[in-house]
Design a binder for this molecule. Structure first.
Ligand code: HEC
Length: 388
C-alpha cells in the first residue's frame, strides 16, 4: 500500500485505528460475528475502499435508527459522526497511508457488567442451529421460579457461541394460557425449543434483548419491567450459521428489584391491516393511534420483516410534531431497543402516527400481516411509563 500521501492527512495509525476500535472491532475481529477482521493495518488497508463506501452509505456500523438528530438521538447508538465518515473517506482516497505506529492502546467501547446478579435464566441444554436454515429463530421456555413479582432493572447476556448467535430477546408470558400455547408449540417439535420467527408466536411481553455484539445494560434509571410470580419466560434466539452450527447454550443474568419507582411497559403502535401489492419498489402503509393517557416514552424498537425499507413514527399534537423514530435503511437483522438520550413526554389526545415503506419487487402475490418469514409487520414498540 502506498504511503506517499500528502503530509497532514489522516493515517491508519493516527486516525483510522482508534476510530475502528471504537465503532467496528467489537464485531470485526477474529471470533467476532462479522466476516472480516479489521484490527491491523494489514487487515484493514485492502478494504479501505469498501470500508469508506459502507460508512458513507451508513450500512456500517449496523444501526436501523437515524441518530443524526434530524429525528432523535439514542443512548449508545452505533452511529458515526459526519466528521468520522469524512476522515475515512479522505484516508481511502489518499491510498490508505499507514502513518507512524503509536503506543496508544486501541480501546474498544467500555465493557459493562451488572452490579448484582439475582437470577440467571439459562437454556436447559445446548442447541445446534438447524442446517437447512441460514437464519434459525428458536424459542426456549425458561422458568424463573419466582415466588413474588420482581422487576428487571439490568441484565447481561452470556452467549454460549458468540459467533453463531446473532441476537436474542427475552419475553415474559403473562398468563397460564400463553404458557400452555408456548408449551404446545415446544411439544410439537423435535429437540429443545420451538421455531419462532420474529416473535414468540404466542402473546408475550418484551423484557430485555441484545443486538449482535452487545452484552447487555441497564434499563432507564428508576424503571423496570415486571416478571410475574410463578410466570414463565421465553428466550428467543436468532442463530445465523454463516459461521457454522456449533451447539450454543446461552444464559441471561438479571438484576431484579422487588419494586421500582416506575413500572415500565412495552406498548406498540402498529398497522395491522397490511395489504401490500406485489412488484412495487415502495409500498407505503400508515396508521394513526390517539393516546388515552399521559406517558413518558423512554425508548423505541422499530419492527418490520424482510420487505421493510423505511419506517417513521411521530407524536403529533395540534401545531407540533415530535419525531420518535426514523429508519432510512431497515435491516431485519439489526433490530434492537434504543433508548432516547432525552425521554419524550406525550399526553392524552396526542396522536401517534406510524408509516412503513416496503419493497415488494421480489414478490408475485400480495403480502399481508402475519408472523411468518414471508408475512409483514409494521410496528413501533415503545418502552413507556405512565405519568401524572
Ligand atoms: C454490531 C456488529 C458490527 C459492527 C459494530 C460493525 N460491523 Fe461491519 N459487518 C458486520 C456484519 C455481521 C457484516 C456482514 C454483512 C452483514 O451481515 O450485513 C459486516 C460487514 C461489513 C463489511 C463488508 C461489506 C458489506 O457491506 O458486506 C464492511 C466493509 C464493514 N462491515 C465495515 C464496518 C466498519 C468500517 C465498521 C465500523 C465503522 C463496522 N463494519 C461495524 C457487523 C458489524
Amino acid at each position: 500500500m502506498p504511503s506517499d500521501a500528502p503530509p497532514g492527512g489522516p493515517t491508519y495509525h493516527q486516525d483510522i485505528a482508534p476510530l475502528l476500535a471504537r465503532s467496528c472491532t467489537t464485531c470485526h475481529r477474529s471470533g467476532g460475528i462479522a466476516p472480516l477482521s479489521l484490527t491491523t493495518y494489514e487487515e484493514v488497508a485492502p478494504f479501505a475502499g469498501l470500508i469508506a463506501t459502507s460508512v458513507a452509505e451508513r450500512t456500517m456500523p449496523p444501526y436501523n435508527l437515524d441518530n443524526s438528530g434530524t429525528c432523535n438521538t439514542y443512548v449508545d447508538a452505533l452511529w458515526l459522526a459526519e466528521r468520522d465518515i469524512a476522515t475515512i473517506d479522505a484516508w481511502a482516497e489518499a491510498g490508505a497511508p499507514a502513518g507512524e505506529p503509536t503506543d496508544e492502546p486501541q480501546d474498544g467501547p467500555p465493557g459493562w457488567e451488572p452490579e448484582r446478579v439475582d437470577l440467571t435464566l439459562e437454556m436447559p441444554t445446548a442447541y445446534s442451529p438447524s442446517e437447512p436454515i441460514v437464519d434459525d429463530y428458536r424459542c426456549f421456555i425458561l422458568d424463573p421460579g419466582l415466588t413474588e413479582d420482581a422487576f428487571v432493572t439490568a441484565f447481561e447476556v452470556r452467549l454460549g457461541r458468540p459467533d453463531v448467535v446473532h441476537h436474542l430477546t427475552l419475553f415474559a408470558l403473562d398468563t397460564a394460557e400463553d404458557e400452555q400455547g408456548a408449551e404446545a408449540l415446544d411439544a410439537a417439535e423435535d429437540g429443545p425449543g420451538y421455531t419462532c420467527f420474529g416473535d414468540t408466536v404466542v402473546p408475550s411481553r418484551w423484557l430485555v434483548g441484545t443486538g449482535p455484539s452487545d452484552k447487555g445494560g441497564r434499563l432507564p434509571a428508576g424503571t423496570g419491567l415486571r416478571i410475574g410470580a410463578g410466570r414463565k419466560t421465553v428466550l428467543q434466539m436468532h442463530y445465523n450459521w454463516q459461521n457454522g452450527t456449533a451447539p450454543d447454550q446461552t444464559a441471561v443474568d438479571l438484576t431484579l428489584e422487588p419494586s421500582v419507582p416506575k413500572e415500565a411497559f412495552v406498548a406498540r403502535v402498529a398497522d395491522l391491516t397490511l395489504e401490500l401489492p406485489p412488484g412495487q419498489p415502495a409500498v407505503v402503509e400508515s396508521e394513526v393511534m390517539p393516546l388515552e393517557g399521559d406517558f413518558t416514552l423512554w425508548g423505541v424498537w422499530p419492527h418490520m420483516h424482510n420487505l421493510g425499507k423505511e419506517l417513521r413514527v411521530t407524536a403529533n399534537h395540534p401545531g407540533s410534531e415530535v419525531c420518535l423514530a426514523q429508519v432510512n435503511r431497515y435491516n431485519f437483522h439489526w433490530q434492537r431497543f434504543a433508548f432516547y438520550e432525552e425521554p419524550v413526554q406525550v399526553r392524552a389526545g396526542d396522536v401517534l402516527q406510524i408509516t412503513c415503506t416496503y419493497d415488494t419487487t421480489g414478490r408475485d402475490t400480495p403480502t399481508t400481516w402475519g408472523f411468518g418469514t414471508d408475512d409483514e409487520m409494521c410496528i413501533g414498540f415503545f418502552y413507556i411509563t405512565p405519568t401524572g
